[in-house]
Design a protein around this ligand. Structure first.
Ligand SMILES: NC(=O)c1ccc[n+]([C@@H]2O[C@H](COP(=O)([O-])OP(=O)(O)OC[C@H]3O[C@@H](n4cnc5c(N)ncnc54)[C@H](OP(=O)(O)O)[C@@H]3O)[C@@H](O)[C@H]2O)c1
Length: 240
């Protein structure tokens, strides 16, 4: 049975909830980050009913006060964090690049990039208290510039400037934090969950949340000799 404390952002539903479930089933205490307190506690109760040690933590990744309060709460209750899964994300593009509203671009980056940075920065002191800190950034295959620029890529038609590029920027964060932390026990990786049926795509995805959570959970529980600063899906390494 694994032990430890994991914080999953945006864990009240979708892939985040399933990541929490799979980590919790392994014996890890899971903190259900949710911007809405009620949705967070309903999700935590659902997992508790499955014998998982789940606790709701109010966490809006775009609100520094909320992030600081969450870090303070985790510090006083647990004194450390073993796993941070930066899962909260939005996809709100509604036009091709030339027609895209600046506001959509900014809002997307606020959550998918600045939000991840702010949460990671606030939680790092707690991750340093762990013997085996793990950070998993939930990216997307749409964040891969190699795939985006390949006309034969399965999703080559999906050119969401805000969403895709926010995940490219997130991947850059993985590389940079991975480098900074390479001589510590903390590992930082990006995960592409694949095209998963959730609210983000009106449940049009072809994979289940169980399938989507598998690579994130593997990266969250990597052994000491596992990789860092890299990008994976279920088939292995994804090109940047
Ligand atoms: N589904 C896919 O095919 C797919 C593919 C590649 C990558 N991903 C990535 O996987 C992650 C999870 O997405 P999903 O598919 O599970 O979508 P989802 O069901 O829409 O879940 C998104 C989660 O993020 C939360 N969230 C959004 N903004 C937030 C904020 N400011 N603060 C805190 N939480 C916030 C949502 O909370 P509320 O319930 O309050 O809105 C929700 O819990 C995202 O990063 C997404 O980009 C998904």
């Amino acid at each position: 049975m694994a032990t430890g404390i994991a914080l999953i952002t945006g864990a009240n539903k979708g892939i985040g909830l399933e990541i929490a479930r799979q980590l919790g089933t392994q014996g890890i205490t899971v903190l259900i980050g949710a911007r809405d307190e009620k949705r967070g506690s309903v999700a935590a109760e659902k997992l508790q009913a499955e014998n998982i040690d789940a606790h709701a933590v109010q966490l809006d990744v775009t609100n520094q006060q909320s992030i600081d309060a969450a870090a303070k709460h985790i510090e006083s209750k647990f004194g450390k964090l073993d796993i941070l899964v930066n899962n909260a994300g939005i996809a709100i593009d509604n036009a091709p690049p030339s027609q895209l509203d600046m506001e959509i671009l900014r809002r997307t980056y606020d959550t998918n990039f600045f939000g991840v940075f702010a949460v990671t920065k606030a939680m790092l002191p707690l991750l340093h208290q762990s013997q085996a800190g793990r950070i998993v950034n939930i990216s997307s295959g749409l964040g891969s510039l190699t795939q985006n620029s390949d006309p034969n890529y399965e999703y080559a038609q999906i050119k969401y400037l805000a969403y895709n590029s926010s995940k490219t920027a997130l991947n850059a964060m993985t590389v940079q934090f991975g480098h900074e932390l390479k001589d510590t026990p903390i590992k930082v990786n990006s995960a592409d969950p694949g095209y998963v049926a959730t609210d983000i795509n009106n449940n049009n995805g072809t994979r289940t949340v169980q399938q989507g959570a598998s690579t994130p959970v593997r990266l969250a529980t990597l052994p000491a000799d596992g990789p860092t600063g890299s990008y994976f899906d279920d088939n292995g390494v994804v090109p940047w």
